[in-house]
Design a protein around this ligand. Structure first.
Ligand code: ADP
Length: 424
């Protein structure tokens, strides 16, 4: 029997007793009234006891009660108990999270809707110079680097930014913001000084080696050409050896030139002026055709006469590489289309060939340095594996991107998409 049925049973029993006594004594109505009043008073007392217990947080064991009230106390007690358990578990998780973030060498700061600091780990003190007393303060008031303030204001957190540490200008930090929850943001700052130093060393090393190799290679190539042009007839073995040596020296020279170009793209400041793209393309198409013995293969379509801001030398390298590839990797008799056009959002240069195409899985890799698809086949076609890496870098420096669409044995389209704002 449940507490409710017991309670109703008791009320009915009392009603029955009153009916009998009332019937015998003739006081049924007053007795019924007395019963209702007593039951009401009893319930009010119980509610009052319950209210006093719950207002004290319902802590500890609940007071002794009878009937339905015992059940109510018991259920509330169980809810409280499980809530306490849940709170304890949550507290433990938060504690573990804090301990682990405190052990991190990177700074982690939780920011509120107004960029105010809600919480920061220990590393935030060393890396960003934030003190525990800074909690509640707006972070742009504490870290005032314009690049940082602009980044926070922009709300564009796909990329990270690089800035000096507010505590030590010799330390370089990368800062990234991750949005989560309702308006909350987690700011992460990592010390990348060592990484940057090593990157710089690598760049300097490649630049120096390429530069130093240029002169010996030129001398070597010069002597080889002189030897090949001698009037005295050479034995077939010597003639073949000179030919091979000449080819390999030339290949090395291309490699060194490409490496130097890449290293310049990484280190030199950008030079921008208004570049006449239609004129540049006409020139490159002619030069590339001559250089590759491919007269009449390139069809140039200029759908727009728009010029863009950029570095002519760099754009020439990128476009020449794309055109050279289109001719190299397609049959000798096939045409290559070059199209300069304006789309609603971009200015686009398309280089379209009907060549061997590129498998979908290879497309993301072709712009990596020294990456050549199917090395055996690629070795038959001259190249350094640096051409598309140069294209990618040049486009990056022009806020543009390279889009490659290709189908095996049908052909490829390499599109350089420049933002319309570059038009001049
Ligand atoms: P490479 O000096 O080998 O041409 P790139 O960096 O220019 O180096 O190109 C990387 C690889 O991408 C090439 O080895 C080639 O396999 C592939 N590739 C580039 N352009 C094309 C194209 N138009 N058609 C098919 N494959 C291409």
């Amino acid at each position: 029997m449940t507490a409710w049925t017991k309670e109703i049973g008791l009320a009915l029993l009392l009603l029955l007793a009153i009916s009998v006594i009332g019937g015998l004594t003739g006081f049924f109505i007053p007795l019924l009234f007395l019963l209702i009043i007593s039951l009401l008073i009893w319930q009010v007392v119980q509610i009052n006891r319950f209210e006093r217990w719950i207002s004290k947080g319902g802590r500890g064991k609940y007071p002794k009660a009878k009937g339905i009230w015992e059940d109510i106390y018991y259920h509330v007690y169980l809810i409280k108990k499980s809530e306490k358990k849940r709170k304890k578990k949550l507290g433990k998780i938060i504690d573990q999270f804090r301990k682990s973030t405190d052990a991190l060498p990177d700074a982690a700061v939780v920011l509120g809707k107004e960029d105010e600091i809600e919480w920061a780990n220990t590393a935030a003190k060393n890396v960003l110079g934030l003190q525990p007393s800074d909690r509640g303060q707006r972070i742009p008031n504490l870290i005032r680097f314009p690049i940082f303030v602009r980044y926070l204001k922009s709300g564009l957190f796909n990329e990270s930014i690089t800035m000096p540490s507010p505590t030590n200008s010799n330390i370089t930090l990368t800062v990234k913001v991750v949005s989560y929850g309702a308006g909350l943001r987690l700011l992460l700052a990592q010390d990348v000084t060592q990484l940057r130093k090593m990157e710089q060393m690598r760049k300097d090393f490649v630049a120096n080696v390429s530069h130093e190799l240029r002169t010996p290679l030129t001398v070597l190539k010069g002597y080889l050409e002189t030897l090949q042009e001698l009037d005295e007839p050479l034995s077939p073995l010597l003639s073949h050896s000179f030919q091979q040596m000449h080819e390999q020296t030339e290949r090395m020279q291309y490699l060194v030139d490409d490496l130097l170009l890449l290293s310049n793209l990484e280190t030199q400041p950008k030079k921008t002026h208004c570049v006449d793209i239609p004129a540049l393309l006409s020139k490159i198409c002619k030069e590339t055709e001559n250089l590759n013995n491919s007269a009449g293969r390139i069809e140039l379509t200029l759908e727009t006469n728009t010029h863009i801001y950029g570095d002519e030398q760099e754009l020439r390298s990128a476009f020449s590489n794309l055109l050279g590839n289109a001719l190299k990797y397609s049959p000798k008799e096939s045409k290559v289309q070059v199209r300069w056009q304006q789309t609603p959002v971009n200015l686009v240069l398309d280089v379209i060939d009907k060549g061997e195409g590129i498998a979908e899985s290879e497309i993301p890799r072709i712009t990596e340095r020294f990456y050549r698809i199917d090395v055996k086949r690629a070795n038959k076609v001259s190249g350094t594996g640096l051409g598309l890496a140069i294209v990618k870098h040049v486009l990056l420096r022009h806020d543009a991107r390279l889009v490659v669409t290709s189908e095996l044995y049908k052909g490829s389209t390499f599109s350089c998409c420049f933002p319309s704002e570059r038009a001049c």
